[in-house]
Design a protein around this ligand. Structure first.
Ligand SMILES: [Zn+2]
Length: 152
C-alpha cells in the first residue's frame, strides 16, 4: 500500500481471454490469435487463460509440441504480449503463420512474456480493461518491462 495510489490505471493495457490450450501456446510461440471479428486495440495485452480447456486441439501436433512440459493454467493471467496488427490473410495463398486460420481475423502478437506466477482473474469477451489491482500484480512480476507501464 502506498499513500499515493492512483484509482485508475494508465489506459495502456487491455486483456484478452483465450481458451486453453491456446493461451499456453501463445507463451510457446503462437504468434497469431484467430478471431471472428477484428480488434481495433493495439498495444499491450494481458494474456488471460479462460476456465475452459478444449480437448480436440490437444491432438494437433503443432499444439502438442508447443504445450509439452507446460502447465495449462486456467482462470488466470499467464503473461503479456503486444498486439501489433489485425488483418485477414488473402483467401488463397500462404497464411501469415502456421497458427493462422483461413478466413479468420488474425491478431498478431509480439513481445510475449510469461508471468512467473499466474494471477487469478476473470476474463471477458473482447478487449477488456484490467482492474488497477490486477495490473499492479502483473507489473510487479515484470520489472524489466517499463514499456508496459506506458506513462512516465
Ligand atoms: Zn494473417
Amino acid at each position: 500500500m502506498t499513500a499515493e495510489s492512483s484509482n485508475t490505471p494508465p489506459d495502456v493495457v487491455r486483456g484478452i481471454t483465450l481458451r486453453q490450450p491456446w493461451a499456453t501456446c501463445v507463451l510457446a510461440g503462437k504468434d497469431v490469435e484467430n478471431r471472428p471479428a477484428p480488434w481495433n486495440w493495439r498495444g499491450w495485452l494481458l494474456l488471460h487463460a479462460g476456465k475452459t480447456i478444449e480437448r480436440a486441439p490437444l491432438r494437433i501436433p503443432l499444439v502438442a509440441r508447443a504445450i509439452r512440459g507446460r502447465t495449462l493454467e486456467t482462470g488466470a493471467v499467464i503473461g503479456v504480449a503486444r498486439l501489433t496488427d489485425c488483418h485477414r490473410c488473402p483467401d488463397s495463398g500462404r497464411l501469415c503463420s502456421p497458427w493462422a486460420q483461413r478466413g479468420a481475423y488474425h491478431l498478431v502478437l509480439a513481445d510475449v512474456h510469461a508471468l512467473p506466477l499466474p494471477v487469478p482473474a476473470t476474463g471477458a469477451l473482447g478487449p477488456w480493461r484490467p482492474s488497477a489491482e490486477l495490473l499492479k500484480q502483473v507489473l510487479l512480476q515484470l520489472p524489466d518491462l517499463p514499456a508496459l507501464k506506458g506513462t512516465t
